[in-house]
Design a protein around this ligand. Structure first.
Ligand code: GLN
Length: 245
């Protein structure tokens, strides 16, 4: 597939990047290179515009509450229309943890309601109870992946995310906490827009999902050429075992 280039835009790469979330971008870059495909990465920060037609994938990592507060106003105002336009034309989005929360309507803290970009029908409330921390495994059933598959990773969040009727969960919690600790659901998906609490980083531990995402981003109806995934398979197996599967 040498004629294809994956064009990725990382939103707030300096502020929204914890638990090695940047590793998701490295994984995408390597897998494109190994397949002879092009890979372009731009970072867009506070105060900068996004071109809604220029990227195949928007990426937003996790962040502490204070970093989320910094980016939220910018995302929900200056970038809102472009993010919606990108998604409306079928562009893919991957958002992790704090980034996932900001795809929804709002993130409610004790004394502040942090605005989301309103792309997914969900809202997050900061809970007084314990943070939801630990290794996690979920079962997901995405179109074109041949049936249910497992995503394994690590979660650490104080927010509880409640899904509205307009969005469906990314997966069913097998081990760990997920969106609220009690709903049995993890993440959210709407077409090629995915939000999840799974750090890890997510993609190196779940290479099959990275390939699914690339196919969505490039609107490919054929599979990607196989790679030697011995190391990635070992990372996935380790993450599953860590989660207690
Ligand atoms: N600050 C958010 C929370 O605690 C997200 C944390 C994260 O991205 N790991 O819920």
């Amino acid at each position: 597939m040498p004629d294809r280039t994956l064009r990725v835009c990382a939103l707030y790469p300096d502020l929204m990047n914890i638990y090695a979330d940047r590793g998701n971008l490295l994984l995408l870059e390597r897998r494109c290179t190994w397949r002879g495909m092009g890979f372009e990465l731009v970072g867009v920060g506070l105060g900068e515009e996004i071109d809604p037609d220029a990227h195949d994938l928007l990426y937003l990592g996790g962040g502490q509450d204070r970093d989320q507060q910094l980016v939220a106003a910018d995302l929900a105002t200056r970038k809102r229309d472009a993010v919606h336009a990108h998604a409306a034309r079928g562009g893919a989005i991957l958002a992790v943890c704090g980034g996932y929360q900001l795809l929804g309507h709002s993130y409610e803290l004790a004394d502040e309601r942090v605005p989301g970009v309103g792309l997914l029908d969900l809202e997050t409330v900061r809970h007084d109870g314990p943070r939801l921390i630990g290794n996690v495994a979920i079962e997901v059933d995405l179109p074109g992946t041949g049936g249910p598959r497992v995503l394994a990773g690590f979660e650490n969040h104080g927010g509880r995310t409640h899904l509205g009727p307009g969005v469906r969960p990314l997966g069913r919690v097998l081990k760990g906490h997920g969106n609220t600790g009690s709903s049995g659901h993890e993440g959210a998906v709407q077409g090629a827009v995915v939000g999840t609490y799974l750090h890890g980083p997510l993609l190196p531990k779940n290479a099959w999902f990275a390939d699914w995402l690339v196919r969505q981003a490039l609107a490919l109806d054929v599979g990607l050429p196989p790679l030697d995934d011995a190391l990635e398979d070992a990372a996935h197996a380790g993450a599953r075992t860590a989660a207690g599967l």
